[in-house]
Design a binder for this molecule. Structure first.
Ligand code: G3P
Ligand code: MG
Length: 242
């Protein structure tokens, strides 16, 4: 896959609108981003929703553990007022609602499968089945996760998907991890990446993406090291790279 962007909106565009909502995805597109990163997680009854946290409090007016939320109840929550009153109609999107919105906007998607150690065998087949049915262009899709076993299972189920191993700091065993999943890219925290690590990743032929940089001057050197794309809450800061 030719990665046709250098700027991905993080959780949509988390500085511009409530993260991981349809408003945030639309804000990323309006700001000029051609791809968005969003987080998918599993809730009760096999529901798949776009949400970051293990608990509901920070980003909705609900309470409790995200994994235990019932789809019908979660769909009623206000997922926008915490950010600003004008977003009070925002909901926690289902995966299918987000896929439809992103494709309608013509965006690429970096879909992050959230940590789910006990649930890898529940969430991964369900996400892949949803993508099979509801996502059109495999070259506009990256599946990322911090959870290596989730990515191993992705590869076993569908080796055609473009997989990205997520790290904060890059560990010693990164190359074995990437080889095990036939990775497309390594996605890591820009603030702890070293030049030596970046050059090593690029020398092995992988794409290198860095999160979450919200000012262009934070990653000036990273482009020189070979960084392929930045993941940012504020895509407009990187308009020089669109
Ligand atoms: O994909 C990059 C980034 O989203 C990973 O961290 O916690 O923001 O999902 P987090
Ligand atoms: Mg994420």
């Amino acid at each position: 896959m030719q990665l046709n962007t250098r700027v991905m909106g993080h959780r949509g565009a988390a500085i511009l609108a409530p993260e991981n909502t349809l408003a945030s995805i639309k804000a990323a597109a309006a700001a000029g981003a051609k791809w968005v990163e969003i987080d998918v997680c599993l809730i009760a009854e096999g529901g798949l929703v776009i949400f970051h946290d293990d608990t509901l409090e920070r980003c909705t007016n609900g309470q409790g553990i995200t994994r235990q939320a019932l789809p019908e109840a979660l769909a009623q929550l206000d997922a926008g007022s915490w950010f600003a009153p004008e977003f009070s109609n925002e909901k926690v999107p289902t995966l299918l609602e987000a896929l439809a919105c992103i494709q309608a906007l013509g965006l690429g998607l970096n879909l992050e499968i959230k940590h789910a150690d006990a649930d890898v065998e529940n969430i991964v087949p369900a996400v892949l089945a949803a993508l099979d049915e509801h996502w059109q262009d495999n070259d506009m899709l990256m599946i990322s996760s911090f959870n290596h076993q989730a990515l191993v299972l992705c590869k076993e189920i569908d080796s055609s998907r473009h997989l990205a191993q997520l790290y904060e700091g890059i560990p010693e065993h990164w190359l074995a991890d990437l080889q095990a999943i036939n990775a497309y890219s390594l996605n890591c925290d820009h603030s702890v990446l070293t030049q030596e690590q970046a050059l090593a990743v690029k020398a092995e032929g992988y794409k290198l993406l860095c999160y979450t940089a919200n000012q262009a001057d934070l990653v000036t050197g990273h482009w020189q090291w070979g960084m392929d794309a930045v993941i940012t809450d504020d895509p407009g800061q990187f308009s020089d790279y669109f």
